[in-house]
Design a protein around this ligand. Structure first.
Ligand code: COA
Length: 171
């Protein structure tokens, strides 16, 4: 099976692609690890994502990459430019459909994101993740990200305070 990575600003999504992304984001095995998400209901979330992708071309704060396997979206990554004081810092958000975990999809998406970030003049990439997210931490470390900060108890999720780890990569 052939994995391809596309930049969504150069290859706009069809509605079925947006739907595939929302299916990934709403999957309980993915939700378990996400810190921020808009809504529990699929249709409402789909509307939010349609709006987001409709306006993407005019949004200079974000870049989106999607991973397709045989033409079907199996993972995606967003690069968000941060406001917080630090110059040229961009944050990565990433999700892969659980049916396709451990096949190198996140690794490939982040490698492409590093190339794109360099082209855009980004100086620093960060990944913020729940401390328990061993798979995400492993991928980040494998790609050269270093643990910069542990925000103790920062994330309140499912009735418990969790530590949040911040990994960074200087470009
Ligand atoms: C984290 C996530 C993006 C990884 O995607 P993926 O496509 O499976 O990642 P890859 O296949 O590129 O790499 C997974 C690596 O983690 C390793 N791994 C898997 N589960 C692991 C675990 N529990 N502990 C440690 N390492 C683990 C795999 O062995 C593999 O290592 P390798 O490349 O050295 O062989 C995916 O699990 C996901 O979407 N999770 C839910 C959403 C999420 O957590 N997003 C990040 C929020 S910041």
């Amino acid at each position: 099976m052939k994995l391809e990575i596309f930049n969504v600003k150069l290859n706009p999504l069809k509605d079925e692609d947006v739907r595939a992304i929302v299916c990934i984001e709403c999957h309980p095995m993915v939700r378990r690890w996400l810190v921020d998400y808009a809504d529990e209901k699929f249709e409402k979330e789909l509307e939010e994502y349609r709006r987001f992708f409709d306006e993407l071309q005019n949004n200079d704060r974000v870049e989106v990459l999607v991973a397709k396997l045989n033409g079907r979206i199996v993972g995606f990554l967003a690069l968000w430019r941060m406001d917080e004081g630090v110059e040229n810092t961009t944050s990565i958000g990433i999700s892969v459909h659980p049916d396709y975990w451990n096949r190198g999809i996140a690794t490939n998406l982040i490698r492409e994101a590093i190339k794109l970030a360099k082209e855009k003049g980004v100086k620093k990439l960060i990944i913020e993740t729940l401390d328990e997210n061993s798979a995400m931490k492993h991928v980040a470390e494998k790609l050269g990200f270093k643990l910069e900060t542990v925000r103790k108890g920062k994330i309140f999720k499912d009735g418990i305070h969790h530590d949040e780890d911040v990994y960074s990569l200087q470009l």
